[in-house]
Design a protein. Sequence first.
Length: 69
Amino acid sequence: MKVKLCKKNKWTEVVSTMITETHPDINISIKKCIGKCHKCKDQPIAKIDKEILVGNNEKDLYNIIINKL
């Protein structure tokens, strides 16, 4: 499974680090844009396959991503 994060989202680095440290086998891709700018500006966001995942904070998004696996 590939997790896509937006390069411009201010939570990307923290979420990426959290995932990498706890689940190094997860494939993380940081994209220039994942096409959800209206959400990306205000909330931690990721994309798995074609599903957009939005968290309330970086820990919430991390938990959502891990639970999807």
